[in-house]
Design a protein around this ligand. Structure first.
Ligand SMILES: NC(=O)c1ccc[n+]([C@@H]2O[C@H](COP(=O)([O-])OP(=O)(O)OC[C@H]3O[C@@H](n4cnc5c(N)ncnc54)[C@H](OP(=O)(O)O)[C@@H]3O)[C@@H](O)[C@H]2O)c1
Length: 308
């Protein structure tokens, strides 16, 4: 099969299209014919070696996939021909920038029926991060005030919509050119973090989703008992202790596969309450260009690779 392989750490140019063996299935797994693979910031720092999750190259990066079940091992949850999406094995290797990916069947869910594969591949890692933080751990509820950092980014634009779908009042931080889009997807208040100090402009927040390493500043806007969900410093014990000492709750999220959450997300998508935004789709062979764009840190929504 075709896959993007790198033999060394480095810039986007180290990724090359190559012929490799198809993965072999173990019991309970499915082989997915990938139609699209999502690109996340973590892919770029694994590729470069800044965050060497997969050890030394050679390897194939990527986790988010949407595709069609090509083979199903005994005990698998899906049948050949079903359309599925997910983020298998994260943070271990999945090799998603490829024609085929093997996955434990319960790390995938049925693809939202109202999305094409490129849109569905934009969801898993970013939507699961938002879901596991806001819903699973912080229990976001009707009427709560939620502040989302990097609100127009991959995680942020889905977090805004998930919080809205749960009935929250959403305050979104983003640069001004992205404000109209954020209002369209339901943000109640939009603040340009470049020109306005949100710690002065906002108060009495129940939950902050922090993807900007603003933790101690974010703390200032949280009401007593409020929750700081950190997806950057998720393992920082000192930070956790400082937040708890201030009478707020600290939640560190390291996203993981979760088919129940993927099913809940797919249901909200098919009800028209969440819509992933695909900023750009590149063919698999142009994974390097996709990494350049994601590495720029300016993307609104998501970047995906399509696999013919
Ligand atoms: N712990 C976990 O499990 C987990 C899971 C997913 C992601 N993450 C991490 O969370 C971060 C966000 O991920 P993502 O996929 O949402 O990223 P992303 O899509 O690349 O974020 C892009 C957005 O970031 C905004 N931005 C750029 N520079 C900024 C700055 N200095 N301050 C505030 N906003 C800025 C830009 O919007 P503006 O024009 O508004 O600046 C852009 O729309 C990444 O570092 C990622 O690795 C962690």
């Amino acid at each position: 099969m075709r896959a993007i392989v790198q033999k060394e750490f480095g810039g986007p140019e180290v990724m090359e299209l190559a012929e490799v063996e198809r993965p072999e299935l173990l019991a309970g797994e499915v082989l997915v014919r990938v139609r699209a693979a999502g690109v996340n910031p973590v892919d770029t720092i694994v590729r470069s070696g800044v965050y060497p999750l997969l050890g030394q190259p050679p390897f194939t990066v990527g986790w988010d996939v949407s595709g069609v079940v090509e083979e199903a091992a005994p005990g698998a949850r899906y049948r050949v021909g079903e359309e599925v999406y997910g983020m298998p094995f994260f943070p271990r290797a999945a090799g998603a920038y490829a024609e085929y990916v093997a996955s434990p069947s319960r790390q995938l869910a049925r693809k939202p029926a109202t999305l094409d594969h490129a849109q569905a591949a934009a969801l898993p890692l970013a939507a699961l991060t938002a879901w596991q933080g806001l819903v699973d751990m912080a229990g976001v509820a009707e009427g709560q005030r939620v502040l989302i950092h990097r609100a127009a980014g991959g995680v942020g634009h889905l977090a805004v919509q998930i919080a809205k779908a749960r009935g929250a009042y959403v305050i979104a931080l983003a640069s001004e050119p992205k404000h109209a889009y954020l209002k369209e997807i339901g943000a109640d208040e939009v603040i340009d973090y470049r020109t306005t100090d949100y710690t002065e402009a906002v108060a009495d927040v129940d939950i902050v989703l922090d993807s900007s390493s603003e933790n101690t500043r974010s703390l200032k806007v949280l009401k007593p008992g409020g929750v700081l969900v950190s997806i950057m410093e998720f393992g920082d014990q000192e930070l956790a202790a400082a937040i708890e000492a201030a009478g707020r709750r600290f939640v560190g999220i390291a996203v993981e596969p979760d088919y129940a959450a993927l099913e809940a997300i797919a249901a909200l998508v098919d009800e028209g309450r969440i819509r992933p935004h695909v900023a750009e789709a590149f063919p698999l062979a142009e994974a390097g260009r996709a990494h350049e764009l994601v590495g720029s840190g300016t993307v609104q929504g998501k970047v995906v690779l399509t696999v013919d």
